[in-house]
Design a protein around this ligand. Structure first.
Ligand code: GLA
Length: 382
């Protein structure tokens, strides 16, 4: 069943009427610039054609009733004037509660509503299914209650929900691209000013995502540790964020840092420069440069930031053997499993697919999932 039919039918079956409107909020893939966002640096993601769909109707009271169609119709019900608490055994509900509590904190006056949620962003794959849900919910209340919140603020509210309610100290990348993404373009994001620069995907290239299906363990704790290590390095350089440390400054002082912190900081300082270089390389269709930048980014995530796994490294290696300098491949997202992203010439998509199908399961004991998407636009009422 089409996703839109699923959300319409599920909504009608639960609430016995049709929704007033449906919001679509996409997941994302990051082409380069990993863990740079919370260092006030640069990232280069695009939205993908996999989304959260949120169907909504207004209620006359202050109740919010939510049904999660992908969780066997589990429901969550709360009143807008009650203090919202975290629910241990219904993780999906916390993303919605988190957004509502951030909207309320900012003084927005909200109306009660019925909500049905579904989606096809693979979960736990590093493709930002949770950011899609948060952004979709924030946008839905914005639309329902005519709050006039702009898309950057939708992203900031969604990130705050994740930071303050869900408890993951994530940066701004996922929520910002899901809310501000543009059709057929990646966006270079300056995570300090939140300035967005449209970047072209070279003609004749396909974006492939291959999910290692490695169950991501320890993600949040390791993520938060990386963040603390970056903060420690920034403090040593007497700056607020590693964004402010140039390669030259880093090189002349790196021996003063502990070996682990030096490795983490080296990744960030060089990854920022690689991301800026990649924005130019994409716009000038310089595929061989994109190829080397993505390869260097992966190597840095593997040996310096230490967030890859053997399965992910293997996928990158076998795909790189097919692509050479005709395309790029690297892990994407927070790490410790999830997906690799590959920029592949259209005529090599079949070869990449078949090498992965032939080799990955034998190596890892896991079956991959393969997704293909052009960049799509960010959140909207459909
Ligand atoms: C996760 C976080 C983002 C970003 C990436 C790594 O997706 O939510 O803010 O830090 O990891 O680049």
């Amino acid at each position: 069943m089409e996703l839109i039919d699923k959300v319409n039918t599920g909504f009608a079956e639960t609430f016995s009427h049709a929704p007033d409107f449906i919001v679509q909020a996409p997941g994302r893939v990051n082409l380069i610039g990993e863990h740079t966002d919370y260092n006030d640096g640069f990232v280069l993601p695009c939205c993908i054609d996999y989304s959260a769909l949120i169907a909504v109707s207004r209620r006359d009271d202050n109740q919010v009733k939510v049904v999660a169609l992908d969780y066997e119709g589990q429901t969550d019900v709360f009143a807008l004037d009650e203090p919202l608490v975290f629910i241990e055994d219904k993780m999906w509900a916390n993303y919605i509660r988190g957004v509502v509590s951030e909207l309320a904190k900012r003084g927005h006056s909200l109306s009660g509503c019925n909500i049905a949620v579904t989606g096809n962003v693979p979960q736990g794959a590093g493709l930002s299914s949770s950011a899609a849900l948060e952004v979709g919910i924030a946008y839905a209340f914005n639309h329902l209650c005519s709050l006039n919140i702009n898309n950057k603020d939708i992203a900031l509210i969604s990130q705050a929900a994740e930071n303050n309610f869900v408890g993951c100290a994530c940066g701004i990348m996922d929520q910002l691209i899901s809310s501000c993404g543009e059709d057929k373009m990646a966006l270079g994001i300056d995570c300090r000013s939140l300035e967005l620069t449209g970047v072209h995907i070279p003609d004749g290239m396909t974006i492939m995502m291959i999910n290692s299906n490695v169950k991501r363990g320890l993600v949040d704790s390791e993520y938060n540790v990386r963040r603390e290590q970056c903060e420690e390095a920034a403090k040593h350089f007497n700056v607020s964020h590693l964004r402010d440390v140039s390669i030259a400054l880093f090189e002349s002082h790196k021996h003063e840092l502990s070996p682990v912190v030096a490795k983490r900081a080296e990744h960030i300082v060089y990854e920022n420069q690689r991301t800026l270089d990649a924005m130019q390389a994409f716009n000038s269709s310089n595929i061989s440069q994109i190829s080397s930048l993505m390869a260097a980014s992966h190597e840095s995530m593997k040996s310096l930031f230490e967030i890859t796994t053997a399965e992910i490294d293997y996928l990158v290696e076998i795909i790189h053997e097919v692509l050479g300098s005709q395309g790029g491949v690297r892990m994407t997202g927070g790490g410790f499993g999830g997906c690799i992203v590959a920029l592949v010439p259209d005529d090599l998509v079949a070869s990449v697919t078949s090498v992965v199908e032939q080799k990955y399961q034998t190596f890892s004991g896991l079956k991959e999932s393969i997704y293909i998407s052009q960049p799509v636009k960010g959140v909207a009422v459909i």
